[in-house]
Structures are given as structure tokens and as C-alpha cells.
Design a protein around this ligand. Structure first.
Ligand code: PRE
Length: 281
């Protein structure tokens, strides 16, 4: 069956690279990629069934959770994570002028943050301008001598006249981002990781501890915990959890649900899925 896959465009983003990797990993047949502007639009495309799948960044090793993705997952309980890939992120400064002429640097806010040390040291007086993606930034600096973009070396090759002014410029050498493939049908019950989010019945001493104890009592390793505001009132949170399921029995998920559900006001399961790590190319 043909599969339309939404991702953060235009061409040359890290999300596009992740989308190709996830299509291969998930063996999606006759896949066509649909570039979208903004993570919200990527997710809307799969939530409204305009596309059969979507690829979004969920977590970066330096900057942490991608809040737009976490909020959208909580807001669309019909979406499930089918698989995940971790992609190494190596940023280049791209432009057509010389480094000395640059007065504005454009990129996705995550990329600007991942290079903040380098920017502070090498271009301290430059204005930093946010864009919807790294390759959108590359597109926008075309033809300008005083503007540069932060993006992938692939994005630089897509446009004539642009070259790498500096590479790599990310502050942390092992910088990497996890991307997930979202779908709108049945969730997987098996895989390396299980992800879910919950809100608690009450903001009382020990409420969160009781929920976390359910995970510990089954001997499960929690590989991530992150909170987001509920947006209803100050001090009320939603907790996003990843559980390591490798070598665990298939009914572990069911047991965890039975223990957790009485403690939670709302719980959303994103499914269990396989996770693959990519090497630098
Ligand atoms: O703009 C891109 O190229 C993206 O794929 C988005 C994104 C992100 O949202 O985190 C992905 C990887 C990098 O961490 C920087 C930006």
C-alpha cells in the first residue's frame, strides 16, 4: 500500500535524513515523502489521516525534549510511535560571504542552541534569527553576503553558490537527535522501548513516587522522565516516561498498566517500538 510520510522540510533537513532511515527500518512500501513547514503541520497531517505516517524529532542529547512534539503526542492520543532512530547531528555554517562579513545567523532554534558556544566565541556580535527548519535557513541566506545559516552539509549542497564557512560547529561532539515515526493505527505491543505519559489524580506528597514505584516494582529500567506543564494551572504537570523493554516478558506492559491506571487521572500510551542508532556518515 502506498504510504505518504510527512516530515519537516524543505529538502535537506535532518528530519528528511531520519525519514529515509525510518522508511527503510519500518519497510514501508511505496513511500513518498511530503515536506511540511513546522512540526505542528507535520503532526496534523498524520492526525487528520492526510498522510499515513509522520517523522518528528522527539529528543536531543544536548537540548533535551522537543516540546512541540511532546505536547502534540499528549494532545493526539490516536497517534502511536512505530519506530525510532538516533541520528548524529553535525552542523555547518553555510553562506556565500566570508566569515568576517557575516552579521546575521539563521537557523532552527534547536540548532542555534546546539551551536551557542561556537557562535559566542566566533560571531559574538551577530544577530541570531530563528527559522522553521535548518534547510529553510539555508534557503533564506542564498544570495546574501552578510547572512549565514546553520544546517547540514547536505542542505548546503542542495543550493548553488553556497559553501561551508565552518564545520563542524556544534558545541558537543556527540550531538544527536532521536526521531520517531508516528502512525494513526494500532500501536505495537513489542519493541525495545515503551513510551507513555500520565497526569496524576492529585498533587499530594508521594503521588509521583507511588507511580514511579510501580515501574521499579516490576524491575523495569526507566530510561527517560520529563515533565511538561498541563497548561491548565501553574504547578500541574504531565510526565513523559520511556521504559527499557529489552529482554522483558511480553505481558510486562499489561502488568504496568494495571498498576498505574488507578493512580493516574489520564494516561496515554504511545506504544512499544524498536530503536536504531546511526553512525556518522
Ligand atoms: O531543522 C531540521 O533540520 C530538523 O530536522 C529539526 C531539528 C530539531 O527540531 O531538533 C532536528 C535536528 C537538530 O536537532 C536540529 C533541528
Amino acid at each position: 500500500m502506498p504510504t505518504k510520510v510527512a516530515y519537516l522540510g524543505p529538502r535537506g533537513t535532518y528530519a528528511e535524513k531520519a525519514a529515509y532511515a525510518l522508511v527503510k527500518l519500518d519497510k514501508l512500501s511505496e513511500a513518498t515523502l511530503l515536506p511540511c513547514s513546522g512540526i505542528r503541520s507535520v503532526i496534523e497531517n498524520v492526525a487528520t489521516k492526510h498522510c499515513e505516517a509522520a517523522v518528528v524529532p522527539i529528543e536531543n542529547s544536548v537540548e533535551g525534549g522537543v516540546t512541540e512534539t511532546l505536547d502534540a503526542l499528549w494532545g493526539h492520543p490516536n497517534l502511536f510511535i512505530k519506530s525510532a532512530v538516533v541520528i548524529p547531528i553535525r552542523h555547518a555554517l553555510i553562506g556565500s560571504g566570508s566569515l568576517e562579513e557575516i552579521s546575521e545567523v539563521l537557523s532552527h532554534p534547536q540548532a542555534l542552541a546546539q551551536c551557542s558556544g561556537w557562535l559566542n566565541q566566533n560571531l559574538p556580535n551577530c544577530l541570531q534569527l530563528p527559522t522553521s527548519s535548518t534547510s529553510e535557513a539555508v534557503r533564506m541566506v542564498q544570495g546574501s553576503k552578510f547572512r549565514a545559516a546553520i544546517g547540514s552539509t547536505k542542505a548546503a549542497l542542495e543550493i548553488n553558490g553556497l559553501s561551508k564557512l565552518a564545520y563542524p560547529i556544534n558545541d558537543v561532539q556527540g550531538n544527536c537527535t532521536r526521531f520517531v515515526l508516528l502512525q494513526n493505527n494500532e500501536s505495537n505491543q513489542e519493541g525495545d522501548i515503551a513510551s507513555f505519559a500520565f497526569s496524576l489524580h492529585s498533587n499530594k506528597p508521594g503521588s509521583l513516587l507511588k507511580a514511579l514505584n510501580c515501574i521499579a516494582s516490576l524491575g523495569l529500567n526507566m530510561s527517560r522522565i520529563e515533565s511538561r506543564p498541563s497548561k491548565r494551572e501553574l504547578g500541574e504537570y504531565i510526565f513523559f516516561i520511556d521504559i527499557d523493554l529489552k529482554d522483558k516478558l511480553i505481558d510486562t506492559n499489561k502488568k504496568l498498566k494495571r498498576l498505574l491506571e488507578p493512580l493516574c487521572e489520564n494516561i496515554v500510551y504511545f506504544g512499544s517500538y524498536k530503536n536504531e542508532e546511526f553512525e556518522i556518515d
